[in-house]
Design a protein. Structure first.
Length: 78
């Protein structure tokens, strides 16, 4: 849940995150970009962005309001 109590973010086995409006219960955004199950969802302190990780070995930074992907981080193997 965001610090302002506006949104709940969920991660799923279907490789998406969902942004829900707490007041109305409506789904606002489905964040697509992972290719495997989402394993963790963490909100930034200001509640404007969400960080997700996945079994696809990526971490992604998303904007909650727009639902857009900001940055993608990929685990590199040595």
């Amino acid at each position: 849940m965001t610090a302002d109590d506006r949104y709940i973010i969920s991660g799923s086995d279907d490789s998406t995150l969902k942004v829900w409006d707490i007041e109305t219960g409506k789904l606002l955004h489905t964040l697509k970009g992972h290719s495997s199950s989402v394993t963790a969802v963490v909100l930034t302190e200001n509640g404007r962005r969400v960080i997700s990780s996945s079994h696809d070995k990526t971490i992604k930074l998303w904007d909650i309001e727009s639902g857009k992907l900001i940055k993608r981080f990929v685990k590199m193997t040595v």
